[in-house]
Design a protein around this ligand. Structure first.
Ligand SMILES: Nc1ncnc2c1ncn2[C@@H]1O[C@H](COP(=O)(O)OP(=O)(O)OP(=O)(O)O)[C@@H](O)[C@H]1O
Length: 271
């Protein structure tokens, strides 16, 4: 069905255990996740449950042990060329200026230098960094580096955007500013977004749909909620909406036990 931008169908992912190489660890099992064209879907789950694993499968960076990935109806083989990714960690090249960091993906795609420069400048301006193109990553604040990374992804105009806790390292005010900016840019272009987060408030404030994953091993979806809050949204203001509070309670009721299980597992691993 072409009305899905990304489909992960009956995905299983097993890894060799880090502690005992003869053992296998099933991180993800029986997981089906579909993202419609233009839909903003968040995946929440306890720490270490398999959120990034699923995102990597959607990106084509990790081949699942079994299951199918489809991109606009076509089976995915290799890297997902219709997707752009934004990860938790810094992806900027420290030896390149902000402008060069945004330009590099365009040049790699064969865009001529002058045009790549023009487009990169436009994208830096759109994310609020006009005039900062000649700064190197170490000369930018954490929020500015995230904006540069966002411009880098959006400049390539991907049909699917995969985001793995992109703002978790930011202070709360910068984070909310960035979340609102992402929502504005998304509303203008309506790309399919798969957004991974620990933060239930962030997931509800941003999304059309929130999928809750169980604690591992064999993580799988255990709840799915349509977020019927009005748009456009301001992520700070929407938290006071009575429907937000209601949805938060409903989702947290599903998530709470999994978070406790995940936490207990982390403690056991650390012992
Ligand atoms: N390449 C790998 N080899 C072995 N185990 C792995 C590998 N990648 C992930 N895992 C394990 O699979 C599980 C899920 O990891 P994953 O990073 O997907 O979780 P997560 O939900 O994104 O974590 P976090 O919330 O901490 O970001 C973890 O137990 C992790 O140790």
């Amino acid at each position: 069905m072409a009305d899905h931008a990304l489909e992960l169908i009956d995905i299983h992912c097993t890894f060799r255990s880090k502690d005992d190489r003869s053992q296998r660890y099933t991180a993800v099992a029986d997981t089906t996740l579909r993202i419609g064209e233009g839909e903003f879907v968040s995946v929440v789950g306890p720490t270490g449950c398999g959120k990034s694993t699923l995102l990597n499968v959607g990106a084509g960076l990790l081949e699942p042990s079994s299951g199918t990935v489809r991109v606009f109806g076509q089976p995915l083989t290799g890297i997902n060329a219709r997707a752009g990714y934004m990860f938790q960690s810094e992806a900027l090249m420290p030896w390149r200026s902000a402008l060069d960091n945004v330009m590099v993906g365009l040049q790699y795609r064969g865009v001529a230098d002058a045009q790549a420069r023009r487009q990169a400048e436009q994208w830096l301006a759109r994310v609020g960094l006009a005039g900062f193109g000649d700064r190197y990553p170490h000369q930018l604040s954490g929020g500015m580096r995230k904006r540069t990374a966002l411009a880098q992804v959006l400049a390539l105009d991907p049909d699917i955007i995969l985001m793995d806790e992109p703002f978790s390292a930011l202070d709360i005010q910068t984070r909310q500013l960035m979340e609102n900016e992402v929502l504005e840019l998304w509303a203008a272009k309506k790309k399919a977004v798969l957004f991974i987060t620990h933060d239930l408030d962030e997931a509800i404030a941003m999304s059309d749909r929130v999928v809750v994953l169980s604690a591992g091993p064999a993580t799988h979806p255990i709840g799915e909620f349509t977020i019927d809050l009005p748009r456009p949204r301001d992520v700070a203001e929407v938290r006071a909406h009575p429907r937000f509070v209601e949805l938060h309670t409903q989702i947290w009721n599903v998530l709470r036990d999994e978070v406790l299980k995940g936490y207990a597992q982390q403690l056991k691993k650390a012992a």
